[in-house]
Design a protein around this ligand. Structure first.
Ligand code: HEC
Length: 189
């Protein structure tokens, strides 16, 4: 190459370097630029080694038990506080209300397109131990699928407290009624 050709070649390269950076007009050796990107959830996923569990995760110990048997074995470890009930309400309204309805009576918005679930106000569920309701949420039951992957264990227990609150709201004790009357009277004053 003579001197003139070099100058032309160099000024060409210098020009290529100009322009808007976000949209290059000319890409030299574009191999890496247009690499085939793999998006999340696309292609072959590597499975964890069999038996692997995430850190801090405690597997549900009663996989093989029915709700009644499981209910006898574990108590609700989450205290029933205002915050817990609010959390339970949020989870219920997110995951359960569509089928079970606002008070758990089986009148959710997807019913009757989806088969009507049994009422959570039944004597059966009222008589269930907390651990029995937890068992159904964790493992699912017939048509209802498991919610173990969507709802964390503490939130499932909070949900059980909230279902109890729904049952109590539909069947208040005389003391509950007196509390409400006294509060309403105080508010009216
Ligand atoms: C897609 C609709 C659907 C959703 C969402 C759903 N369920 Fe259910 N649930 C059902 C059906 C249907 C049954 C009855 C299953 C069967 O045939 O045993 C049931 C059964 C139950 C039972 C046992 C009732 C009994 O009498 O045996 C409990 C407790 C329960 N669900 C709680 C929940 C909670 C808590 C949630 C939210 C995390 C939830 N369900 C979300 C449809 C649903």
């Amino acid at each position: 190459m003579n001197k003139q050709t070099w100058i032309i070649a160099l000024s060409f390269l210098a020009l290529v370097g100009c322009g808007k950076h976000e949209k290059p007009n000319f890409t030299y050796m574009p191999d890496m630029h247009y690499s085939p990107a793999i998006k999340a959830q696309e292609g072959i996923q590597r499975l964890p080694v069999a038996g692997t569990i995430p850190r801090g995760y405690e597997p549900y110990a009663h996989q093989d038990l029915d709700p009644v048997a499981a209910g006898k074995l574990h108590q609700n470890p989450v205290p029933r506080t205002k915050e817990t009930l609010a959390r339970g309400q949020k989870i219920f309204n997110t995951y359960c209300i569509v089928c079970h309805g606002a008070y758990g009576e089986g009148d959710g918005s997807v019913v009757p397109k989806y088969p009507r679930p049994p009422s959570l106000q039944s004597d059966k569920i009222k008589g269930y131990a907390d651990g029995s309701i937890y068992n159904v949420i964790t493992l699912g039951q017939n048509l209802m699928s498991s919610y173990a992957s969507q709802i964390a264990p503490e939130d499932r227990w909070a949900l059980v407290h909230y279902i109890r609150a729904l049952q109590r709201a539909k069947n208040p004790s005389p003391a509950d009624m007196k509390f409400v009357e006294d509060r309403n009277a105080a508010l009216a004053r």
